[in-house]
Design a protein around this ligand. Structure first.
Ligand code: KG4
Ligand code: ZN
Length: 330
């Protein structure tokens, strides 16, 4: 009976495969996460000390269907409940992106649904717009991940200005490379964060690059760590590892925090938000106590943030998206 049927929520199916996480999520139009499944390939890549693109693409191919199925099951939904499909179009590893994009096209096409291509970086910002405590623009946003370090003046859900970015390594990359020098596992940020708790951040003084404007530079810091580590034998490194990790982390966090405050002042924003994998860092979160940090589960790559961003993006109607391509960089 039509009258007694409860209106079902319009669900957005989000798909994310830009790097080494295969992820799918179901999110409502008002930003409630019904399910968010992330299958990390980190262990697979750990033995190589970083993501191997070809290995990532192949693994995405194996995981994408089970991950989408699991997201639907967790939400208690079927594809009939999905109203549009959102997918990361770029930036990222091209082969990895294409797996997600092909899956999204296939699902959208077979159910005559619109498809929403989403920029991965807009996705990270949109991790702040999800329930239960969505943040409203305007705010100053630090986006710090494995591939990007950006200061954004977020004016509205659809307008933002890039105020600064990194001239060389991204903050997450600095963490990952530092972890490798310290003989810690991959992904390195979480490992440095963990080990740093047992060390003293003042034990070493690492340089904080102050480049003009609101940009960042992390390559000198990485070299400084290399110099500090290369003269140590294995036993010495073992003994100093926690101190080195704490001091190195402190230098990265200081560089980020200084620039965040400068950028907020220049943009005239009193609210600050942090997103991306590095926003999971405990020292960074502590150093910015008044900032809104994305929830931990939404800092590293996930598909809920992609579905979230799709709420403000223009969908491509069926079947206009069939020739859509991915892009590796912005
Ligand atoms: O956003 P994300 O998952 O992927 C990209 O879009 O790049 O970020 C991954 C990055 C990696 O470099 C990882 O080492 C870093 O985030 N990361 C952390 C922490 N957790 C992840 N860095 C510092 N502290 C953490 N707790
Ligand atoms: Zn990311």
């Amino acid at each position: 009976m039509e009258g007694s049927r409860r209106a079902r929520p319009r669900l957005i199916l989000g798909i994310e495969t830009s790097c080494d996480e295969t992820a799918a999520a179901l999110v409502t139009d008002d930003g409630e996460i019904r399910s968010s499944v992330v299958s990390s390939q980190a262990e697979l890549h750990a033995r190589y000390g970083g993501v191997v693109p070809e290995v990532a693409s192949r693994r995405h191919l194996e995981l994408i269907t089970p991950v989408i199925r699991e997201a639907l099951a967790e939400a208690g939904a079927t594809l009939q409940d999905v109203d549009r499909v959102a997918v990361t179009q770029g930036p990222g590893l091209i082969g990895a992106l294409l797996v997600g994009l092909a899956a999204a096209k296939a699902i959208a096409w077979s159910h005559r649904l619109p498809l929403v291509p989403v920029d991965h970086l807009d996705g990270h910002v949109a991790s702040l717009y999800l329930q239960p405590e969505p943040l409203e623009p305007p705010f100053l946003c630090l986006l710090a991940s494995g591939g990007h370090t950006m200061l954004l003046d977020v004016r509205s859900h659809t307008e933002q200005e890039l105020l600064g970015s990194t001239l060389d390594d991204a903050a997450g990359e600095a963490f990952d490379k530092g972890a490798r020098l310290l003989g810690l596992g991959y992904p390195g940020g979480r490992e440095i964060d963990r080990v740093a708790h047992e060390g003293g951040r003042g034990a070493y003084e690492f340089p904080i690059a102050r480049v003009p404007g609101l940009d960042f530079s992390f390559s000198g810091l990485k070299t400084a760590l290399l110099y500090a580590v290369r003269d140590l034998d294995e036993a010495e490194l073992e003994a100093r590892r926690a101190d080195l990790a704490a001091a190195y982390q402190h230098a990265i966090v200081q560089a980020l925090v200084e620039r965040v405050h400068e950028a907020a002042e220049r943009a005239g924003r009193d609210r600050i938000a942090i997103v991306g994998g590095v926003a999971a860092n405990s020292a960074l979160r502590e150093a910015l106590p008044d900032a809104t940090a994305a929830p931990l589960a939404l800092c590293t790559d996930n598909a809920a943030m992609i579905a979230s961003a799709a709420r403000w993006a223009r969908p491509l109607e069926y079947p206009r998206y069939l020739a859509l391509d991915a892009y590796a960089s912005r």
